[in-house]
Design a protein around this ligand. Structure first.
Ligand code: RDL
Ligand code: RDL
Ligand code: RDL
Length: 153
């Protein structure tokens, strides 16, 4: 199994390194990294990782800033990532951490690292153990902050 890791220099946390460290716990996983300037560059980097560098799945990590134009930028990047998935019929796990999700720098670093690791785990499950995700269906999983958990009657 080969996992592509696409990340950005715009992000204020090295989310790519965090995802790779998590992936390295799985001996059977080969890793290919591609770093671009910002989130809008992630769709083509991801498509190249899937098509030319023969990855089975890509983890695309980025950090939209807190301004309105950054949110627009993130939405556009997200649309591009979805298009790239439909063009290749392969998953691209989008790991975005909005800068304004965190109260301060230390929480931002914590959140970005934890979300990167949890989605790296999701990528491995999607390819190698999809039945384990079926077991988690409807359980209110979140990446980064606490899981929401199942709604109870
Ligand atoms: O193609 C070069 C850039 O346009 C591209 O890297 C953009 O994604 C960069 N960028 C913005 O121009 C912007 O206004 C980013 C953000 N906001 C942002 O919030 N997060 C990014 N890039 O990763
Ligand atoms: O590719 C990995 C994730 O980006 C993807 O699974 C998203 O759909 C996860 N997600 C969000 O990132 C988000 O901000 C979800 C929601 N909100 C949401 O409200 N409901 C979801 N997913 O099912
Ligand atoms: O319930 C609180 C959060 O889950 C919610 O605010 C999400 O929208 C936060 N979020 C993002 O903004 C995002 O871009 C999440 C993801 N990506 C994600 O991949 N996984 C999350 N939240 O759990």
């Amino acid at each position: 199994m080969k996992v592509g890791v696409a990340d950005t220099t715009f992000a204020r946390v090295d989310m790519g390194a965090e995802a790779i460290d998590e992936l390295r716990r799985h001996a059977s996983v080969a890793i290919e990294r591609y770093t671009v300037p910002g989130v809008k560059d992630l769709p083509v980097a991801s498509k190249i990782l899937l098509e030319e560098r023969k990855c089975d799945i890509v983890i695309a990590l980025g950090m939209p800033g807190g301004k309105e134009k950054d949110r627009m930028c993130a939405h556009e990047a997200s649309q591009g990532l979805i298009r790239a998935q439909l063009m290749t019929n392969k998953h691209i796990i989008e790991v975005f951490v909005h800068e304004d999700e965190a109260e301060n720098d230390s929480e931002l670093a914590w959140l970005a690292k934890r979300r990167a690791r949890e989605h790296a785990e999701n990528a491995v499950l999607l390819i190698q153990h999809p039945e384990r995700l079926v077991k988690q269906a409807g359980t209110g999983q979140r990446q980064g902050f606490e899981d929401a958990g199942p709604a109870r009657q």
